[in-house]
Design a protein around this ligand. Structure first.
Ligand code: FAD
Length: 521
Protein backbone atom coordinates (compact mmCIF):
# COMPACT_ATOMS: atom_id res chain seq x y z
CA UNK A 1 0.00 0.00 0.00
CA UNK A 2 1.02 3.63 -0.41
CA UNK A 3 -0.07 7.21 0.17
CA UNK A 4 -0.02 9.48 -2.87
CA UNK A 5 0.28 13.24 -2.88
CA UNK A 6 -0.76 14.70 -6.25
CA UNK A 7 1.26 17.88 -6.73
CA UNK A 8 -0.17 20.44 -9.14
CA UNK A 9 1.24 23.49 -10.93
CA UNK A 10 0.21 25.80 -8.06
CA UNK A 11 1.82 24.02 -5.11
CA UNK A 12 5.30 23.08 -6.23
CA UNK A 13 7.09 22.97 -2.88
CA UNK A 14 7.91 20.71 0.04
CA UNK A 15 7.93 23.19 2.90
CA UNK A 16 4.61 24.45 4.32
CA UNK A 17 2.48 22.46 1.91
CA UNK A 18 -0.78 21.40 3.52
CA UNK A 19 -1.63 18.34 1.39
CA UNK A 20 1.93 17.04 1.41
CA UNK A 21 2.19 17.49 5.15
CA UNK A 22 -1.07 15.58 5.71
CA UNK A 23 -0.03 12.86 3.28
CA UNK A 24 3.29 12.50 5.07
CA UNK A 25 1.61 12.23 8.49
CA UNK A 26 -0.75 9.58 7.15
CA UNK A 27 2.08 7.58 5.60
CA UNK A 28 3.96 7.61 8.90
CA UNK A 29 0.88 6.62 10.86
CA UNK A 30 0.11 3.72 8.54
CA UNK A 31 3.78 2.81 8.14
CA UNK A 32 3.51 2.81 4.34
CA UNK A 33 5.46 4.63 1.63
CA UNK A 34 4.64 8.12 0.36
CA UNK A 35 4.99 9.06 -3.27
CA UNK A 36 4.43 12.27 -5.22
CA UNK A 37 2.63 12.30 -8.56
CA UNK A 38 2.72 15.14 -11.09
CA UNK A 39 0.68 15.12 -14.31
CA UNK A 40 1.71 17.34 -17.20
CA UNK A 41 -1.43 18.05 -19.21
CA UNK A 42 -0.70 19.87 -22.49
CA UNK A 43 -4.39 20.12 -23.42
CA UNK A 44 -5.10 21.96 -20.19
CA UNK A 45 -2.19 24.30 -20.88
CA UNK A 46 -3.66 25.05 -24.32
CA UNK A 47 -7.17 25.53 -22.94
CA UNK A 48 -5.88 27.89 -20.25
CA UNK A 49 -3.50 29.90 -22.44
CA UNK A 50 -0.45 28.72 -20.54
CA UNK A 51 2.73 29.82 -22.24
CA UNK A 52 5.98 27.97 -22.79
CA UNK A 53 7.70 30.00 -20.07
CA UNK A 54 5.26 28.90 -17.41
CA UNK A 55 5.50 25.27 -18.56
CA UNK A 56 9.31 25.49 -18.57
CA UNK A 57 9.15 26.88 -15.01
CA UNK A 58 7.09 23.83 -13.99
CA UNK A 59 9.70 21.48 -15.48
CA UNK A 60 12.60 23.30 -13.85
CA UNK A 61 10.90 23.19 -10.47
CA UNK A 62 10.10 19.50 -10.92
CA UNK A 63 13.77 18.79 -11.55
CA UNK A 64 14.77 20.49 -8.31
CA UNK A 65 11.96 18.78 -6.40
CA UNK A 66 12.81 15.35 -7.77
CA UNK A 67 16.31 15.50 -6.24
CA UNK A 68 15.16 16.90 -2.91
CA UNK A 69 12.35 14.37 -2.57
CA UNK A 70 14.63 11.48 -3.53
CA UNK A 71 16.97 12.50 -0.69
CA UNK A 72 14.00 11.87 1.60
CA UNK A 73 13.26 8.53 -0.07
CA UNK A 74 10.11 9.94 -1.64
CA UNK A 75 9.82 9.28 -5.39
CA UNK A 76 8.42 11.99 -7.67
CA UNK A 77 6.70 10.38 -10.63
CA UNK A 78 5.84 12.66 -13.56
CA UNK A 79 3.66 11.67 -16.49
CA UNK A 80 2.45 13.60 -19.53
CA UNK A 81 -1.18 12.92 -20.32
CA UNK A 82 -3.55 13.71 -23.21
CA UNK A 83 -6.47 14.01 -23.80
CA UNK A 84 -7.44 15.86 -20.70
CA UNK A 85 -10.92 14.33 -20.52
CA UNK A 86 -9.38 10.96 -19.67
CA UNK A 87 -7.02 12.38 -17.08
CA UNK A 88 -9.17 11.42 -14.07
CA UNK A 89 -9.35 7.75 -15.11
CA UNK A 90 -5.59 7.69 -15.86
CA UNK A 91 -4.84 9.08 -12.40
CA UNK A 92 -7.09 6.56 -10.68
CA UNK A 93 -5.66 3.66 -12.65
CA UNK A 94 -2.16 4.79 -11.59
CA UNK A 95 -3.35 4.92 -8.00
CA UNK A 96 -4.53 1.33 -8.31
CA UNK A 97 -1.19 0.34 -9.82
CA UNK A 98 0.61 1.88 -6.82
CA UNK A 99 -1.84 0.15 -4.48
CA UNK A 100 -2.67 3.57 -3.09
CA UNK A 101 -4.86 3.71 0.00
CA UNK A 102 -5.27 7.46 0.06
CA UNK A 103 -4.81 10.37 -2.34
CA UNK A 104 -4.02 13.87 -1.07
CA UNK A 105 -4.03 17.12 -3.04
CA UNK A 106 -4.37 20.85 -2.66
CA UNK A 107 -7.48 22.38 -4.21
CA UNK A 108 -7.15 24.29 -7.45
CA UNK A 109 -10.09 26.70 -7.52
CA UNK A 110 -10.46 27.10 -11.29
CA UNK A 111 -13.64 25.54 -12.68
CA UNK A 112 -12.07 22.93 -15.00
CA UNK A 113 -9.77 21.75 -12.24
CA UNK A 114 -12.65 21.48 -9.76
CA UNK A 115 -14.65 19.40 -12.24
CA UNK A 116 -11.61 17.19 -12.86
CA UNK A 117 -11.10 16.65 -9.13
CA UNK A 118 -14.75 15.77 -8.54
CA UNK A 119 -14.43 13.06 -11.19
CA UNK A 120 -11.19 11.81 -9.68
CA UNK A 121 -12.82 11.56 -6.24
CA UNK A 122 -15.80 9.66 -7.68
CA UNK A 123 -13.62 7.19 -9.56
CA UNK A 124 -11.30 6.76 -6.58
CA UNK A 125 -14.27 6.02 -4.33
CA UNK A 126 -15.38 3.27 -6.72
CA UNK A 127 -11.86 1.83 -6.42
CA UNK A 128 -12.00 2.10 -2.60
CA UNK A 129 -9.31 4.78 -2.49
CA UNK A 130 -9.80 7.67 -0.08
CA UNK A 131 -9.36 11.23 -1.34
CA UNK A 132 -8.56 14.32 0.69
CA UNK A 133 -8.42 17.69 -1.04
CA UNK A 134 -7.49 20.64 1.14
CA UNK A 135 -7.25 24.38 0.82
CA UNK A 136 -3.69 25.70 0.50
CA UNK A 137 -3.34 28.46 -2.09
CA UNK A 138 -4.53 31.41 -0.04
CA UNK A 139 -3.55 32.57 3.39
CA UNK A 140 -7.18 32.29 4.49
CA UNK A 141 -9.39 29.63 2.86
CA UNK A 142 -12.00 30.87 0.36
CA UNK A 143 -15.38 30.94 2.06
CA UNK A 144 -13.95 31.71 5.51
CA UNK A 145 -14.95 35.35 5.32
CA UNK A 146 -18.42 36.40 4.18
CA UNK A 147 -20.47 39.57 4.38
CA UNK A 148 -23.20 39.90 7.03
CA UNK A 149 -25.62 38.59 4.40
CA UNK A 150 -23.44 35.51 3.94
CA UNK A 151 -22.18 36.62 0.55
CA UNK A 152 -18.71 36.82 -0.99
CA UNK A 153 -17.00 40.16 -0.51
CA UNK A 154 -16.80 42.02 -3.79
CA UNK A 155 -15.11 45.12 -2.40
CA UNK A 156 -11.51 44.87 -1.23
CA UNK A 157 -11.46 47.14 1.88
CA UNK A 158 -14.21 45.37 3.85
CA UNK A 159 -12.73 42.06 2.70
CA UNK A 160 -9.39 43.11 4.18
CA UNK A 161 -11.01 44.12 7.47
CA UNK A 162 -12.80 40.76 7.73
CA UNK A 163 -9.74 38.81 6.52
CA UNK A 164 -7.18 40.31 8.92
CA UNK A 165 -8.42 38.76 12.20
CA UNK A 166 -8.22 35.28 10.66
CA UNK A 167 -4.48 35.59 10.18
CA UNK A 168 -4.12 34.67 13.83
CA UNK A 169 -5.75 31.26 13.14
CA UNK A 170 -3.04 30.22 10.72
CA UNK A 171 -0.93 27.30 11.91
CA UNK A 172 2.84 27.11 12.16
CA UNK A 173 4.60 25.87 9.03
CA UNK A 174 3.17 22.55 7.89
CA UNK A 175 6.06 20.17 7.59
CA UNK A 176 6.63 17.06 5.62
CA UNK A 177 8.26 14.57 7.99
CA UNK A 178 11.36 14.51 5.86
CA UNK A 179 13.62 12.76 8.34
CA UNK A 180 11.17 9.97 9.03
CA UNK A 181 10.91 9.19 5.33
CA UNK A 182 14.64 9.56 4.85
CA UNK A 183 15.26 6.97 7.56
CA UNK A 184 13.07 4.42 5.85
CA UNK A 185 14.83 3.25 2.69
CA UNK A 186 12.43 0.28 2.32
CA UNK A 187 10.41 2.25 -0.24
CA UNK A 188 13.25 1.81 -2.70
CA UNK A 189 12.75 -1.94 -2.72
CA UNK A 190 8.94 -1.72 -2.90
CA UNK A 191 7.93 -3.59 -6.08
CA UNK A 192 5.31 -1.02 -7.14
CA UNK A 193 7.08 2.16 -6.17
CA UNK A 194 10.84 1.67 -5.99
CA UNK A 195 11.23 1.80 -9.80
CA UNK A 196 9.71 5.30 -9.89
CA UNK A 197 12.97 6.75 -8.55
CA UNK A 198 14.50 6.02 -11.94
CA UNK A 199 11.86 7.87 -13.98
CA UNK A 200 13.12 11.20 -15.20
CA UNK A 201 11.47 14.59 -15.63
CA UNK A 202 10.83 15.38 -19.33
CA UNK A 203 13.00 18.14 -20.80
CA UNK A 204 10.04 19.73 -22.58
CA UNK A 205 6.35 19.38 -23.25
CA UNK A 206 5.47 19.09 -26.92
CA UNK A 207 4.11 22.38 -28.23
CA UNK A 208 5.60 24.31 -25.29
CA UNK A 209 9.30 24.26 -26.13
CA UNK A 210 11.25 27.41 -25.29
CA UNK A 211 14.02 28.51 -27.60
CA UNK A 212 17.43 28.40 -25.94
CA UNK A 213 17.79 32.19 -25.77
CA UNK A 214 14.46 32.63 -23.99
CA UNK A 215 15.18 29.65 -21.73
CA UNK A 216 18.49 31.21 -20.67
CA UNK A 217 16.75 34.52 -19.87
CA UNK A 218 14.11 32.74 -17.78
CA UNK A 219 16.76 30.78 -15.89
CA UNK A 220 18.65 34.00 -15.13
CA UNK A 221 15.64 36.03 -14.02
CA UNK A 222 13.68 33.27 -12.34
CA UNK A 223 15.81 30.41 -11.01
CA UNK A 224 13.75 27.44 -9.90
CA UNK A 225 13.26 25.93 -6.47
CA UNK A 226 12.28 26.83 -2.94
CA UNK A 227 15.78 27.98 -2.12
CA UNK A 228 15.66 30.51 -4.97
CA UNK A 229 12.22 31.70 -3.82
CA UNK A 230 13.48 32.16 -0.28
CA UNK A 231 16.46 34.12 -1.58
CA UNK A 232 14.06 36.37 -3.48
CA UNK A 233 12.10 36.95 -0.28
CA UNK A 234 15.29 37.63 1.63
CA UNK A 235 16.43 40.05 -1.06
CA UNK A 236 13.18 41.98 -0.66
CA UNK A 237 13.28 42.07 3.11
CA UNK A 238 16.98 42.69 3.64
CA UNK A 239 18.55 44.35 0.64
CA UNK A 240 18.26 47.79 -0.77
CA UNK A 241 16.95 48.74 -4.20
CA UNK A 242 19.29 50.80 -6.31
CA UNK A 243 17.38 53.64 -7.82
CA UNK A 244 17.86 54.92 -11.31
CA UNK A 245 20.19 52.24 -12.51
CA UNK A 246 19.19 50.17 -15.45
CA UNK A 247 20.50 46.98 -13.95
CA UNK A 248 18.19 47.49 -11.03
CA UNK A 249 15.14 47.15 -13.22
CA UNK A 250 16.37 44.47 -15.56
CA UNK A 251 18.55 41.67 -14.20
CA UNK A 252 19.62 41.00 -17.78
CA UNK A 253 21.17 44.42 -18.29
CA UNK A 254 24.95 44.52 -18.63
CA UNK A 255 26.53 45.10 -15.25
CA UNK A 256 23.42 44.10 -13.34
CA UNK A 257 24.38 42.52 -10.09
CA UNK A 258 22.79 42.17 -6.74
CA UNK A 259 23.23 45.10 -4.40
CA UNK A 260 25.11 44.43 -1.22
CA UNK A 261 23.11 43.72 1.90
CA UNK A 262 22.05 46.88 3.60
CA UNK A 263 20.71 47.76 7.00
CA UNK A 264 17.05 46.82 7.23
CA UNK A 265 16.12 50.49 7.38
CA UNK A 266 16.98 50.93 3.75
CA UNK A 267 15.70 47.60 2.48
CA UNK A 268 13.17 47.28 -0.29
CA UNK A 269 10.34 46.42 2.06
CA UNK A 270 11.11 49.36 4.35
CA UNK A 271 10.66 51.69 1.38
CA UNK A 272 7.84 49.75 -0.23
CA UNK A 273 5.07 52.07 0.92
CA UNK A 274 6.51 55.03 -1.01
CA UNK A 275 8.65 53.36 -3.65
CA UNK A 276 6.50 50.50 -4.86
CA UNK A 277 4.90 52.43 -7.71
CA UNK A 278 8.25 53.59 -9.07
CA UNK A 279 8.96 51.48 -12.06
CA UNK A 280 12.40 52.96 -12.71
CA UNK A 281 13.82 51.02 -9.76
CA UNK A 282 13.53 47.44 -8.65
CA UNK A 283 11.46 48.06 -5.53
CA UNK A 284 9.01 45.18 -5.29
CA UNK A 285 9.55 41.57 -4.21
CA UNK A 286 9.33 39.88 -7.64
CA UNK A 287 7.94 36.87 -5.85
CA UNK A 288 4.89 36.53 -8.10
CA UNK A 289 6.28 33.69 -10.27
CA UNK A 290 7.09 31.74 -7.10
CA UNK A 291 3.73 32.45 -5.47
CA UNK A 292 1.84 31.60 -8.66
CA UNK A 293 3.59 28.22 -8.92
CA UNK A 294 3.40 27.72 -5.16
CA UNK A 295 7.19 27.44 -4.89
CA UNK A 296 6.79 29.48 -1.73
CA UNK A 297 3.63 29.72 0.35
CA UNK A 298 1.91 33.05 0.96
CA UNK A 299 1.72 32.03 4.63
CA UNK A 300 5.50 31.81 4.74
CA UNK A 301 5.72 35.33 3.28
CA UNK A 302 3.49 36.67 6.06
CA UNK A 303 5.48 34.82 8.72
CA UNK A 304 8.68 36.30 7.32
CA UNK A 305 7.24 39.80 7.71
CA UNK A 306 6.54 39.05 11.40
CA UNK A 307 10.05 37.80 11.90
CA UNK A 308 11.37 40.90 10.15
CA UNK A 309 9.38 43.20 12.44
CA UNK A 310 10.11 41.08 15.52
CA UNK A 311 6.40 41.05 16.27
CA UNK A 312 3.85 38.34 17.04
CA UNK A 313 1.19 40.31 15.19
CA UNK A 314 0.89 40.77 11.46
CA UNK A 315 1.43 44.39 10.48
CA UNK A 316 -1.41 45.56 8.24
CA UNK A 317 -0.87 49.26 8.57
CA UNK A 318 -1.09 51.44 5.49
CA UNK A 319 1.71 53.48 7.01
CA UNK A 320 4.50 50.88 6.92
CA UNK A 321 6.22 49.12 4.06
CA UNK A 322 5.53 45.74 5.63
CA UNK A 323 1.86 46.58 6.17
CA UNK A 324 1.43 47.70 2.57
CA UNK A 325 3.09 44.56 1.31
CA UNK A 326 0.86 42.24 3.37
CA UNK A 327 -2.07 44.16 1.89
CA UNK A 328 -0.85 43.19 -1.57
CA UNK A 329 -0.79 39.56 -0.49
CA UNK A 330 -4.38 40.14 0.63
CA UNK A 331 -5.26 41.22 -2.95
CA UNK A 332 -4.03 37.82 -4.08
CA UNK A 333 -6.34 36.15 -1.56
CA UNK A 334 -9.20 38.49 -2.49
CA UNK A 335 -9.09 37.62 -6.19
CA UNK A 336 -8.80 33.90 -5.46
CA UNK A 337 -11.78 34.06 -3.10
CA UNK A 338 -13.77 35.78 -5.85
CA UNK A 339 -12.74 33.17 -8.40
CA UNK A 340 -13.60 30.32 -6.04
CA UNK A 341 -16.99 31.70 -5.12
CA UNK A 342 -18.06 33.32 -8.43
CA UNK A 343 -16.95 30.71 -10.99
CA UNK A 344 -18.24 32.73 -13.93
CA UNK A 345 -15.13 34.92 -13.78
CA UNK A 346 -13.08 31.90 -14.80
CA UNK A 347 -15.35 31.36 -17.80
CA UNK A 348 -14.54 34.59 -19.61
CA UNK A 349 -17.58 36.44 -18.25
CA UNK A 350 -17.39 39.95 -16.81
CA UNK A 351 -18.19 40.05 -13.12
CA UNK A 352 -20.50 43.02 -13.78
CA UNK A 353 -22.86 41.55 -16.34
CA UNK A 354 -24.09 44.99 -17.37
CA UNK A 355 -20.80 45.42 -19.25
CA UNK A 356 -21.12 42.15 -21.16
CA UNK A 357 -22.20 44.04 -24.30
CA UNK A 358 -19.70 46.89 -24.46
CA UNK A 359 -18.82 47.16 -28.13
CA UNK A 360 -15.17 46.46 -28.83
CA UNK A 361 -12.99 47.34 -31.78
CA UNK A 362 -11.72 44.48 -33.90
CA UNK A 363 -8.35 45.78 -34.99
CA UNK A 364 -5.65 43.14 -35.45
CA UNK A 365 -3.04 45.76 -36.27
CA UNK A 366 -3.61 47.68 -33.07
CA UNK A 367 -3.66 44.50 -31.01
CA UNK A 368 -0.39 43.34 -32.55
CA UNK A 369 1.24 46.76 -32.04
CA UNK A 370 0.23 46.61 -28.37
CA UNK A 371 1.64 43.09 -28.01
CA UNK A 372 4.91 44.10 -29.67
CA UNK A 373 5.33 47.37 -27.77
CA UNK A 374 4.92 49.59 -30.84
CA UNK A 375 1.91 51.72 -29.89
CA UNK A 376 3.80 55.02 -29.94
CA UNK A 377 3.11 55.56 -26.23
CA UNK A 378 6.51 55.04 -24.57
CA UNK A 379 5.38 53.78 -21.14
CA UNK A 380 3.02 51.26 -22.75
CA UNK A 381 5.72 50.09 -25.14
CA UNK A 382 8.32 49.83 -22.37
CA UNK A 383 5.95 47.70 -20.28
CA UNK A 384 5.05 45.36 -23.10
CA UNK A 385 8.68 44.97 -24.12
CA UNK A 386 9.64 44.24 -20.51
CA UNK A 387 6.99 41.50 -20.36
CA UNK A 388 8.03 40.08 -23.74
CA UNK A 389 11.65 39.98 -22.62
CA UNK A 390 11.45 38.96 -18.96
CA UNK A 391 8.05 37.29 -18.63
CA UNK A 392 7.23 39.77 -15.87
CA UNK A 393 6.03 43.36 -15.60
CA UNK A 394 5.72 45.83 -12.77
CA UNK A 395 2.18 46.11 -11.34
CA UNK A 396 1.79 49.83 -12.14
CA UNK A 397 2.77 49.24 -15.75
CA UNK A 398 0.41 46.26 -15.96
CA UNK A 399 -2.38 48.63 -14.98
CA UNK A 400 -1.26 51.24 -17.53
CA UNK A 401 -0.93 48.83 -20.47
CA UNK A 402 -4.20 47.09 -19.60
CA UNK A 403 -6.12 50.34 -19.34
CA UNK A 404 -4.57 51.50 -22.61
CA UNK A 405 -5.62 48.36 -24.50
CA UNK A 406 -9.16 48.45 -23.15
CA UNK A 407 -9.98 52.15 -22.97
CA UNK A 408 -7.70 53.81 -25.54
CA UNK A 409 -7.71 51.07 -28.18
CA UNK A 410 -11.14 49.81 -27.10
CA UNK A 411 -10.00 46.20 -27.54
CA UNK A 412 -11.75 43.44 -25.57
CA UNK A 413 -10.00 42.90 -22.21
CA UNK A 414 -10.14 39.13 -22.72
CA UNK A 415 -7.58 39.41 -25.53
CA UNK A 416 -5.19 41.21 -23.19
CA UNK A 417 -5.86 38.72 -20.42
CA UNK A 418 -5.04 35.87 -22.82
CA UNK A 419 -1.81 37.46 -24.03
CA UNK A 420 -0.64 38.04 -20.44
CA UNK A 421 -1.26 34.38 -19.61
CA UNK A 422 0.77 33.37 -22.66
CA UNK A 423 3.87 35.45 -21.94
CA UNK A 424 4.00 35.98 -18.18
CA UNK A 425 5.87 33.52 -16.04
CA UNK A 426 3.61 34.43 -13.10
CA UNK A 427 0.35 33.90 -15.04
CA UNK A 428 -2.36 33.16 -12.49
CA UNK A 429 -6.01 33.05 -13.54
CA UNK A 430 -7.41 34.72 -10.41
CA UNK A 431 -4.92 37.62 -10.21
CA UNK A 432 -4.70 38.12 -13.96
CA UNK A 433 -8.45 38.10 -14.43
CA UNK A 434 -8.83 40.35 -11.38
CA UNK A 435 -6.29 42.82 -12.77
CA UNK A 436 -7.85 42.86 -16.24
CA UNK A 437 -11.40 43.19 -14.99
CA UNK A 438 -10.26 45.99 -12.65
CA UNK A 439 -8.75 47.87 -15.60
CA UNK A 440 -11.75 47.15 -17.81
CA UNK A 441 -14.14 48.35 -15.07
CA UNK A 442 -16.05 45.09 -15.34
CA UNK A 443 -14.77 43.32 -12.25
CA UNK A 444 -15.13 43.27 -8.48
CA UNK A 445 -14.18 46.61 -6.96
CA UNK A 446 -13.06 47.98 -10.35
CA UNK A 447 -11.89 51.42 -11.36
CA UNK A 448 -15.04 53.35 -12.44
CA UNK A 449 -15.33 53.33 -16.24
CA UNK A 450 -15.00 57.11 -16.53
CA UNK A 451 -11.73 57.25 -14.54
CA UNK A 452 -9.42 56.57 -17.44
CA UNK A 453 -5.65 56.70 -16.98
CA UNK A 454 -3.88 59.29 -19.06
CA UNK A 455 -0.83 57.20 -20.04
CA UNK A 456 1.40 60.27 -20.34
CA UNK A 457 0.59 61.56 -16.84
CA UNK A 458 0.92 58.03 -15.47
CA UNK A 459 4.29 57.74 -17.17
CA UNK A 460 5.65 60.86 -15.46
CA UNK A 461 4.51 59.62 -12.08
CA UNK A 462 5.68 56.03 -12.43
CA UNK A 463 8.94 56.67 -14.28
CA UNK A 464 9.93 60.21 -13.27
CA UNK A 465 13.53 59.75 -14.40
CA UNK A 466 12.51 58.09 -17.67
CA UNK A 467 15.13 55.39 -17.04
CA UNK A 468 12.62 52.60 -17.38
CA UNK A 469 11.48 53.78 -20.80
CA UNK A 470 15.04 54.49 -21.94
CA UNK A 471 16.05 50.98 -21.04
CA UNK A 472 13.23 49.06 -22.65
CA UNK A 473 12.68 51.40 -25.61
CA UNK A 474 16.26 52.05 -26.68
CA UNK A 475 15.20 54.11 -29.74
CA UNK A 476 14.28 56.83 -27.25
CA UNK A 477 17.42 56.51 -25.11
CA UNK A 478 18.70 59.95 -26.06
CA UNK A 479 15.54 61.84 -25.12
CA UNK A 480 15.61 64.00 -22.01
CA UNK A 481 12.97 65.75 -19.92
CA UNK A 482 9.30 65.29 -20.66
CA UNK A 483 9.95 64.28 -24.28
CA UNK A 484 10.71 60.76 -23.09
CA UNK A 485 7.10 60.39 -21.96
CA UNK A 486 5.54 61.85 -25.10
CA UNK A 487 8.07 62.38 -27.88
CA UNK A 488 7.29 65.23 -30.33
CA UNK A 489 6.09 63.79 -33.65
CA UNK A 490 9.11 64.94 -35.67
CA UNK A 491 11.62 63.63 -33.13
CA UNK A 492 9.80 60.31 -32.97
CA UNK A 493 9.87 60.01 -36.75
CA UNK A 494 13.61 60.75 -36.86
CA UNK A 495 14.25 58.10 -34.23
CA UNK A 496 12.16 55.51 -36.07
CA UNK A 497 9.63 55.41 -33.23
CA UNK A 498 5.93 54.99 -34.19
CA UNK A 499 3.40 57.77 -33.91
CA UNK A 500 0.60 57.04 -31.39
CA UNK A 501 -2.12 54.73 -32.73
CA UNK A 502 -4.90 56.91 -31.30
CA UNK A 503 -5.29 60.35 -29.75
CA UNK A 504 -5.81 59.82 -26.04
CA UNK A 505 -8.49 62.51 -25.54
CA UNK A 506 -10.64 61.27 -28.40
CA UNK A 507 -10.22 57.65 -27.35
CA UNK A 508 -11.20 58.55 -23.81
CA UNK A 509 -14.46 60.12 -24.99
CA UNK A 510 -15.22 57.07 -27.13
CA UNK A 511 -14.67 54.71 -24.19
CA UNK A 512 -16.93 56.74 -21.89
CA UNK A 513 -19.68 56.76 -24.54
CA UNK A 514 -19.47 53.02 -25.05
CA UNK A 515 -19.45 52.16 -21.38
CA UNK A 516 -22.30 54.52 -20.61
CA UNK A 517 -24.56 52.81 -23.10
CA UNK A 518 -23.19 49.30 -23.60
CA UNK A 519 -24.23 47.79 -26.92
CA UNK A 520 -25.33 51.14 -28.45
CA UNK A 521 -22.41 51.87 -30.72
P1 FAD B 1 4.80 42.74 -4.87
O1 FAD B 1 4.44 44.17 -4.99
O2 FAD B 1 6.06 42.42 -4.19
O3 FAD B 1 3.57 42.01 -4.14
C1 FAD B 1 3.74 40.76 -3.45
C2 FAD B 1 2.77 39.73 -3.96
O4 FAD B 1 1.44 40.14 -3.72
C3 FAD B 1 2.85 39.48 -5.46
O5 FAD B 1 3.90 38.61 -5.79
C4 FAD B 1 1.47 38.91 -5.75
O6 FAD B 1 1.41 37.55 -5.43
C5 FAD B 1 0.59 39.68 -4.77
N1 FAD B 1 0.01 40.84 -5.45
C6 FAD B 1 0.55 42.08 -5.56
N2 FAD B 1 -0.31 42.90 -6.21
C7 FAD B 1 -1.38 42.15 -6.54
C8 FAD B 1 -2.59 42.41 -7.24
N3 FAD B 1 -2.89 43.62 -7.71
N4 FAD B 1 -3.45 41.39 -7.42
C9 FAD B 1 -3.20 40.16 -6.93
N5 FAD B 1 -2.07 39.85 -6.27
C10 FAD B 1 -1.18 40.84 -6.07
N6 FAD B 1 -0.24 38.85 -10.52
C11 FAD B 1 0.09 37.56 -10.66
O7 FAD B 1 0.66 36.96 -9.73
N7 FAD B 1 -0.21 36.89 -11.80
C12 FAD B 1 -0.83 37.49 -12.86
O8 FAD B 1 -1.08 36.84 -13.88
C13 FAD B 1 -1.15 38.86 -12.74
N8 FAD B 1 -1.73 39.53 -13.78
C14 FAD B 1 -2.06 40.85 -13.63
C15 FAD B 1 -2.70 41.53 -14.68
C16 FAD B 1 -3.05 42.87 -14.57
C17 FAD B 1 -3.74 43.57 -15.70
C18 FAD B 1 -2.75 43.56 -13.37
C19 FAD B 1 -3.11 45.01 -13.22
C20 FAD B 1 -2.14 42.90 -12.31
C21 FAD B 1 -1.79 41.55 -12.42
N9 FAD B 1 -1.15 40.85 -11.36
C22 FAD B 1 -0.84 39.53 -11.51
C23 FAD B 1 -0.93 41.49 -10.07
C24 FAD B 1 0.43 42.19 -9.89
O9 FAD B 1 0.70 43.02 -10.97
C25 FAD B 1 1.61 41.23 -9.70
O10 FAD B 1 1.28 40.28 -8.71
C26 FAD B 1 2.86 41.97 -9.24
O11 FAD B 1 3.22 42.94 -10.18
C27 FAD B 1 3.98 40.99 -9.05
O12 FAD B 1 5.17 41.63 -8.70
P2 FAD B 1 5.81 41.42 -7.26
O13 FAD B 1 5.87 39.98 -6.95
O14 FAD B 1 7.09 42.18 -7.23
O15 FAD B 1 4.73 42.12 -6.34
Amino acid sequence: EAIVYWMRMQDMRIHDNRALSQASTQAQKDGIPLLVLFVLSPQDYIAHDRGARRVDFILRNLTVLKTLLAEMNIPLYTITHSPRRTLPSRVVSLLSEFKAAHLYGNIEHEIDELRRDIQVCQLAKEASINCTLVHDKCIIAPGTVKTKEGKTYTVYSPFLRAWAPHLADEPDPLECASEVHANDPSVRSNPHIGKLFNCSIPNAVEGFELDEHDAEIMRTCWPAGEKAAREMLDRFLRTKARTSQLGAVDPLAPGASEPTRSPEKGSRVAKYKDARDHVDADTTSRLSPYLAAGVISARECVRATMEYSGSKKVDLSRETGIGRWVQELAWRDFYTHVLALCPRVSMGRPFLEKYANVSWETNEEHLQAWKDGRTGVPIVDAGMRQANKMGWMHNRVRMIVAMYLVKDLMIDWRLGEKYFMEILIDGDLASNNGGWQWSASTGVDPVPYFRIFNPYTQSKKADPTGEYIRHFVPELAKLRGDDIHNPPAKTAEKLGYPTPLVKHDEARQRAIRRYKNPGDE
